[in-house]
Design a protein. Structure first.
Length: 142
């Protein structure tokens, strides 16, 4: 990881969000939080992020739907979905919709920091290759 990645944490549990933001910040990751999918989308319209950490189970808008909407705003953002309810179908849906990866709850913070670093590095490599990192659904540069 070169520079510190900018991360958006999206989870409906306030305690989880604030704890995760504090833990990531202590490890050199700049983190901002949102309590819902709609709040996350509003924040993304104003600010850019390298990586989003998104809970799959949230009221109003689940993490998979949020992933789709985030990619409409910024196709270059890398999204890591968190779930306590793993299934092959869920994992497949998450990856097919453009997520970088998914993680099972609970997980070690160091493991999350490693995934954030890998996602950030992938985004930076894509930016170097394409000039903007943004591609359409067929892989064509926008």
């Amino acid at each position: 990881m070169g520079e510190d990645p900018r991360v958006l944490i999206v989870d409906d549990e306030q305690r989880f969000r604030s704890t995760m933001a504090r833990l990531l910040s202590a490890r050199g990751v700049e983190a901002k939080t949102a309590g819902s999918g709609m709040e996350a989308l509003e924040i993304m319209k104003q600010e850019s992020f390298d990586v989003a950490i998104v809970d799959v189970k949230m009221p109003e808008m689940n993490g998979i739907d949020l992933l789709r909407e985030m990619k409409k705003i910024d196709r270059a953002v890398e999204v890591i979905i968190m779930t306590a309810y793993a299934s092959v179908d869920t994992a497949k849906a998450i990856l097919e919709r453009g997520a970088y990866d998914y993680m099972l709850k609970p997980y070690a913070v160091d493991e999350l920091v490693e995934k954030i670093g890998a996602a950030y590095d992938r985004k930076q490599a894509r930016l170097r290759l394409t000039g903007d990192g943004k591609r359409d659904d067929h892989g064509e540069r926008l």
